[in-house]
Design a protein around this ligand. Structure first.
Ligand code: XMP
Length: 514
């Protein structure tokens, strides 16, 4: 779709998506590939630059992820970060050894501002370090361009060959001038002009969708969330009346959400989406009965979704394309893009059944990060309140109920969640907390209400602050707000006698509570 591309070769580090996001913030299109990607494929893609990521291994150990030397001889600039930096020196004749002490956290780094990578960077700046191994001997032709008190080679370069290595993590926001360094690499060293912009994405996507679809019929899975709403409106702009949007109410939505979605996108809404609502609540509850394992629940919900769509498609007649609002982090986290471990399958990617009764699936947002989807939504004229909604997972409350899902439990978590959201908004905290919701723990415990002994459920409240949803910290909600929420939930929601606040960060937790 765009000429210019930088590729990130993934060696299994935790910040790999961040690298790609930062590059895109420099208006340069970037994709993540596994380090196992053959060199022929890389040559075919003809990237303007290659970035090697961090990773958990030691490059001098047998069986550690590596790459052929040829990568550094393609004439394409390469930037190695952390493990990627060590690997570059290891392969090219330098030496990497285990350090006596691990260097971890925010660290002062002294940089050579004459290096193109450190153009406009302060001579002393703060970076984020996380490594055991260090480069003890440079590969031939390299010079040191940055160091810290404990790390003699915090950065090095071989300008003639276009090879650059950085031991720390410029992609992490703790590295105060990290984005500038990546900008210097992609826009400076690689010479990218920066043609990755949302208005051109929207325009090019509409064109590409029209070409692909021809006069075929398109069915879109609309959930009312940001991703599928943007996908639906994009498709409507591209193919107009050929599109039908099906909204499946799986009975796992937030309180009143089904009616709200219908009000915005249905007949009385503004978007002419040929909107059909399918009330499939009971069908999902039956399929989920007795199932406790979260991954299994995700698969069941995902599969049932597709079945409902197939049935709707048959009613409409010859449907050629199915649209899904999959976005790039779903693809990478499902282990389909990069090298990171499969953490969990997202219902619209990993949970897709083998047999799908459509000619093809269209995923117009498959290459976008969330903030880019939002920009595309605004570009398409969607209202801000829809575009900036907090995320709600496809499998819905099915994965916010620990253990088996029943209609009664759904009612409990819906009511508790509605109260929580109302109070967070009243306290004016909804803008500063990125995601917040109630989940139903499967724990029941003894309580006392009035003069009665109760044996009821505990509700867990979750609220996180995050920029990229890859890492997150629990939000510091004032105690009086929590207290009010607790009081209201216990008084107003039958079946709950305890309210807990989840203070876990991600990692090691996840944002969802499943
Ligand atoms: P976790 O729980 O992995 O969540 O820390 C990260 C973000 O992803 C959302 N999420 C999902 N979104 N389908 C989605 O569309 C899913 O299956 C899914 N699972 C998690 C989650 O709400 C959070 O914003």
């Amino acid at each position: 779709m765009t000429q210019e591309m930088v590729i990130v070769l993934d060696f299994g580090g935790q910040y790999n998506q961040l690298v790609a996001r930062r590059v895109r913030e420099c208006n340069v299109y970037c994709e993540i590939y596994s380090y196992k990607t053959p060199i022929e494929k890389i040559k075919e893609m003809n990237p303007k630059g290659i970035i090697l990521t961090g990773g958990p291994n030691s490059c001098y150990e047998e069986d550690s992820p590596t790459y052929s030397k040829e990568l550094f001889e393609l004439g394409i600039p390469v930037l190695g970060l952390c493990y990627g930096a060590q690997l570059m020196h290891h392969i090219l004749g330098g030496k990497v050894e285990r350090a006596e002490v691990r260097e971890y956290g925010k660290t002062e780094v002294l940089v050579d501002t004459g290096s193109q990578i450190f153009h406009n960077v302060l001579p002393s700046t703060i970076c984020w370090m996380s490594h055991f191994d260090y480069i003890s001997k440079l590969a031939p032709g390299f010079v040191v361009t940055a160091k810290t008190a404990n790390c003699p080679v915090a950065a090095a370069e071989n300008i003639e060959k276009g090879l650059y290595s950085i031991q720390f993590h410029p992609e992490v926001l703790h590295t105060q001038e990290g984005t500038k360094m990546l900008y210097n690499f992609v826009r400076g060293v690689c010479g990218c002009i920066g043609d990755w912009k949302m208005d051109s994405f929207v325009e090019q996507s509409i064109q590409a969708i029209r070409e692909k679809v021809g006069d075929g019929k398109v069915l879109c899975a609309l959930s009312g969330g940001v991703d599928s709403s943007v996908a639906a409106v994009l498709l409507a702009k591209a193919v107009g009346d050929q599109l039908t949007c099906v909204f499946v109410d799986h009975g796992l939505l937030r309180k009143n959400e089904g009616d709200e979605v219908e009000a915005v996108f249905g007949e009385k809404g503004n978007y002419n989406l040929n909107f059909i609502r399918v009330n499939a609540q009971q069908r999902f509850y039956e399929k989920l009965a007795g199932v406790t394992e979260p991954e299994k629940k995700r698969k069941i919900i995902g599969e049932e979704f597709i079945r409902v769509f197939e049935e709707e498609a048959k009613k409409i007649g010859a449907v050629d394309f199915l649209v899904q609002g999959t976005i790039y982090p779903d693809v990478v986290e499902s282990g389909l893009g990069g090298e990171s471990a499969v953490i969990k399958s997202h219902h619209n990617v990993g949970g897709l059944p083998d047999y799908v009764d459509f000619k093809e699936i269209i995923e117009p947002l498959r290459n976008l990060f969330k903030d880019e989807v939002r920009k595309a939504g605004l570009e398409l004229g969607l209202p801000e309140y829809l575009v900036f909604r907090q995320p709600f997972p496809g499998p819905g409350l099915g994965i916010r109920i620990i253990g088996d899902v029943t209609e009664e439990k759904v009612r409990i978590v819906q009511d508790a969640d509605a109260i929580y959201r109302e109070e967070i908004a009243k306290a004016g905290l909804d803008k500063e907390i990125n995601q917040y919701f109630a989940a139903l723990t499967n724990m029941r415990s003894v309580g006392v209400m009035g003069d009665e002994r109760t044996y009821d459920y505990a509700i867990a409240l979750r609220a996180v602050k995050t920029i990229d949803f890859m890492t997150a910290e629990a939000a510091e909600i004032p105690f009086e707000v929590l207290n009010k929420v607790m009081n209201r939930i216990i008084n107003e929601v039958r079946g709950v006698n305890r309210v807990l606040y989840d203070v876990s960060s991600k990692p090691p937790g996840t944002i969802e509570f499943e």
